[in-house]
Design a protein around this ligand. Structure first.
Ligand code: ZN
Length: 64
């Protein structure tokens, strides 16, 4: 049991170290695929997919 926990902790730590940390809110940035719908001049919609880094600074403006 103890060994399993150690392993989980190591993996968790490695994941955090690999990730990008935001210097503003000090939370880890999570890469998220964000789909943006854009209205064209013809009145139809097209979708633009962007891979963005989500942290506490911008999560509210994205998930509103
Ligand atoms: Zn941030």
């Amino acid at each position: 049991m103890a060994k399993r926990q150690d392993f989980a902790e190591k993996v968790k730590k490695a994941t955090i170290e690999k990730g990008v940390r935001c210097p503003v809110c000090n939370s880890q940035k999570v890469p998220t695929l964000f789909v943006n719908s854009i209205k064209t001049n013809l009145g139809s919609y097209k979708f633009k997919r962007t891979n963005i880094q989500v942290c506490k600074c911008n999560e509210k403006s994205i998930y509103n």
